[in-house]
Design a protein around this ligand. Structure first.
Ligand SMILES: [Zn+2]
Length: 278
């Protein structure tokens, strides 16, 4: 608990706000990418469906063609047998079978032709769909690349900030760090605020008793606001990233279900780091 700790927590809060902002940016970029890619995705699905259907029809057409070939072979054999029949009874039997196989073979040929026709139409449709897909992709490609590049650099920035944070927290008092993290929580609430010029909490503006104000100014130990639980620090000349602070303290923001509990804990755990471990 050195005098360096609260300025350290202030710097940590700045880093955490920056990390939170970059994560929000990445989420937003993901959404925009999905939006940009949506039309091509839909077309891609259509192309996939047509391709599958075409494949099935080709298999079916091939199957019918083979069945037709097999019947043609049988016709040939029956025609040979017809030249070698020894009596009328045998002749009429072979003739009847021949007629039946021929009819079946002709039906196969008809079906194969009809399938080939459908296949050709489906191939045309696949061609049109593929063209539309390519067009849609080409149209969004520059924007997509731009968003991808933005996303990649945001992810790099996040990694850099996290590394910086990791190195930085090593220099902080562990107990105070735990208190800070318990207050901040996963919702990224503001954990540290400066005293105002007239001696109030910089977050909830409750008046801080004079004796505690002195302790804060001397920085001898961690003091938390009795009303809202935020860690109080001596005023600083540096600007305190007001827009980030305003965001973090907006009471109307959706927060995890445990928020009220944590806030209560934060408010009650003042002066005592161990009471508010994460
Ligand atoms: Zn307060």
């Amino acid at each position: 608990m050195t005098e360096q700790t609260r300025p350290g927590l202030r710097e940590l809060q700045r880093l955490d706000d920056a990390i939170q902002a970059i994560i929000e940016k990445i989420v937003e970029l993901d959404e925009r990418l999905a939006e940009v890619e949506q039309p091509a995705h839909t077309l891609d699905d259509e192309v996939g469906t047509t391709r599958t259907r075409l494949q099935e029809m080709r298999v079916e057409e091939r199957r019918i063609e083979l069945a037709g070939d097999e019947k043609r072979t049988r016709v040939k054999k029956l025609e040979d047998r017809l030249t070698q029949v020894r009596n009328v009874r045998e002749e009429s039997a072979v003739t009847a079978e021949l007629a039946m196989v021929r009819r079946a073979q002709e039906a196969d040929d008809q079906e194969a032709l009809s399938l080939l026709d459908q296949i050709r139409r489906l191939e045309d449709r696949l061609g049109e769909q593929s063209d539309a897909l390519e067009e849609a992709r080409a149209e969004v490609e520059p924007r997509r690349k731009e968003l991808e590049a933005e996303r990649a650099s945001a992810i790099e920035e996040e990694a850099r900030l996290r590394k910086e944070r990791g190195a930085f927290t090593a220099s902080l008092d562990e107990g105070e760090l735990r208190v800070y993290e318990a207050i901040r929580g996963s919702a990224g609430r503001r954990a540290l605020a400066s005293l105002t010029d007239d001696g109030a909490c910089g977050l909830c503006f409750s008046v801080v008793p004079l004796q505690r104000r002195n302790e804060i100014l001397h920085g001898s130990r961690m003091i938390r606001c009795e009303a809202c639980g935020v860690i109080l620090a001596a005023p600083t000349d540096e600007p305190e990233a007001p827009e980030a602070a305003a965001e973090a303290t907006g009471g109307d923001e959706p927060e995890p279900p445990d928020s009220s509990e944590s806030a209560g804990e934060a408010a009650n755990g003042e002066e005592d780091g161990e009471a508010t471990t994460a």
